[in-house]
Design a protein around this ligand. Structure first.
Ligand code: NAD
Ligand code: LMR
Length: 329
């Protein structure tokens, strides 16, 4: 049986970077056939149809079927994995509340369409921003689907954090592990090196050999660089990250299905772990075990880490309040 994958915003930039890698087996492996559903709004249908023609011309052995639609019920029919990429970007003069309202109008109906049409056990990865709160809205709208099935992408932030450590330490990225992201996929996120290792030894020890003031480097260089990397890419490239975002989406979803051998990061629903208010979709250190994300529990948090996490979680709580004020939750 093939896996049915629905990609919203499939006619957009990240969609284009995702489709061919999924068809080539990068997400589910070389033995898993895939059926792709490309869900767009009417203005995006041409681009999605063009991508579908190219998918056909790619002659991918694993690709069983491609369908392009602007109807959510058709798009999510029989879906096993939903990658929710399409979102409303912030336009000129748009306030945060306007952005949340516009996205509630997308992710609410999509959550309902998932509940009504997707397969039991559907896995949803939300990429479109604001990703954590969009996941919360979709989950709240999907009656009968456990909230744990809705996740937000923070793997890109973790990859960015590992890459910055690799550069700072002059160490290959493969040896850098356990750098979880806490909180929101936003400038308040907390990339946490407390438990990180480089080739098995603590990153903090390796940093102490390079920097006189490790705490200062973390606060003034590392954390802002990682947390504002999305803005840096927009400034340098002229538009937001695409290939790296698609890569992280593939890694997140692959690990969720196939499991992890160590910690990674994902935006998952809180049950109150580490004092994060229940119901918020927050990034945590996680492992994927038996097809489910499990939050790594029992980590000691310093006062510094606690206050960084609290600040980002407070932002998530504010976003939830703003959405509640719109009557969406
Ligand atoms: P894009 O503008 O190139 O593509 C978005 C596509 O979504 C468009 O084709 C548009 O027609 C479509 N779309 C809009 N509303 C839709 C709806 N209701 N249903 C289906 N399709 C819809 O944008 P992009 O570069 O592909 O980025 C997509 C999103 O991903 C943005 O919100 C961006 O901020 C976000 N992003 C998130 C991360 C992350 O790490 N979480 C990283 C990079 C980008
Ligand atoms: C990113 O982290 O690259 C994006 O979320 C930035 C953005 O605002 O689209």
């Amino acid at each position: 049986m093939a896996t049915t994958i629905t990609i919203t915003g499939a006619g957009g930039q990240i969609g284009y970077a995702l489709l061919f890698r999924i068809a080539a087996g990068d997400m589910l492996g070389p033995d898993e056939k895939v059926r792709l559903r490309l869900l767009e709004i009417p203005q995006g249908l041409g681009a999605a149809e063009g991508a579908a023609l190219e998918l056909q011309d790619g002659a991918f052995d694993l690709l069983e079927h491609v369908e392009v639609t602007d109807d959510a019920a058709t798009g999510f029919d029989g879906c096993d994995i939903a990658l929710l990429v399409g979102a409303r970007p912030r336009g000129p003069g748009m306030e945060r509340a306007d952005l949340l309202a516009a996205n509630a109008g997308i992710f609410g109906p999509q959550g309902r369409a998932i509940a009504e049409n997707a397969n039991p056990g559907v896995r949803v990865t939300v990429v479109g921003n604001p990703a954590n709160t969009n996941a919360l809205i979709a989950a709240a709208s999907a009656d009968g689907v456990p909230a744990e099935r809705f996740t937000a992408l923070t793997r890109l932030d973790e990859n960015r954090a590992r890459a910055q450590l690799s550069v700072a330490l002059g160490a290959p990225i493969t040896g850098i592990r356990r750098v979880p992201i806490w909180g929101n996929h936003s400038a308040t996120q907390f990339p946490d090196v407390t438990h990180a290792t480089v080739d098995g030894r603590p990153v903090l020890d390796a940093l102490a050999e390079r920097f006189d003031d490790v705490q200062g480097w973390l606060d003034q260089t590392f954390i802002p660089r990682v947390a504002k990397r999305g803005a840096e890419i927009i400034e340098v490239r002229g538009s937001s990250s695409v290939a790296s975002a698609a890569n992280a989406t593939i890694e997140h979803t692959r690990d969720w299905v196939r499991g992890t051998d160590d910690w990674t990061s994902a935006g998952v629903v809180s049950h109150g772990e580490y004092g994060v208010p229940e119901g918020l979709v927050s990034s945590f250190p996680v492992r994927a075990v038996d097809g489910e994300w499990r939050i790594v529990e029992g980590l000691e948090l310093s006062d510094w880490a606690r206050s960084r996490i609290d600040a980002s979680v407070a932002e998530l709580a504010c976003e939830r309040e703003a959405v509640r004020a719109l009557g969406v939750l």
